[in-house]
Design a protein around this ligand. Structure first.
Ligand code: FES
Length: 114
C-alpha cells in the first residue's frame, strides 16, 4: 500500500481544502494562509468527512456540528470535537507537496515543514 503521495497544490488557494486518498486513508490537504498541512479527513465527533468544512487561518470548522480543529497539530479547539485527528508529515517537492501518510501523529505529532 502506498503511504506517500505528491499533490499538486498550485490551484489550491489560501483557505482551500482538498481530500485525497492515500492507500485506504482519506487525507485532507489544507492551505492555511500559504502553509500546507495534511490531516485525517474524518471528524472525531461523528466520523464524517471534513472535506466540506470551512478553514479560517489554521482553524477548520466541521460542516456538520461546527466543532473546530487546529490543522497544524490536529488538536480539538471547540466542542463537540473533543479528540484530535491524526496529522501527516508534509514537505515541498517538485510538482507540489509530498504527504507521508505512514508518519501519522496526533496533537503534537509531526507537523508541516513547508
Ligand atoms: S460531525 Fe464534526 S462536529 Fe459533529
Amino acid at each position: 500500500m502506498a503511504e506517500r503521495l505528491v499533490v499538486d497544490v498550485s490551484d489550491l488557494p489560501p483557505g482551500g481544502l482538498r481530500e485525497v486518498k492515500i492507500g485506504d486513508r482519506a487525507v485532507l490537504v489544507c492551505n492555511a494562509g500559504g502553509r500546507f498541512h495534511a490531516i485525517e479527513s474524518r471528524c472525531p465527533h461523528a466520523a464524517v468527512s471534513l472535506a466540506q468544512g470551512r478553514l479560517e487561518g489554521h482553524v477548520l470548522e466541521c460542516p456538520y456540528h461546527g466543532g473546530t480543529l487546529d490543522v497544524r497539530d490536529g488538536s480539538p479547539q471547540s466542542p463537540p470535537i473533543r479528540r484530535p485527528v491524526a496529522t501527516f508529515a508534509v514537505r515541498a517537492v517538485e510538482g507540489g507537496i509530498e504527504i507521508d501518510a505512514g508518519a501519522a501523529g496526533g496533537a503534537g505529532g509531526p507537523r508541516c515543514t513547508t
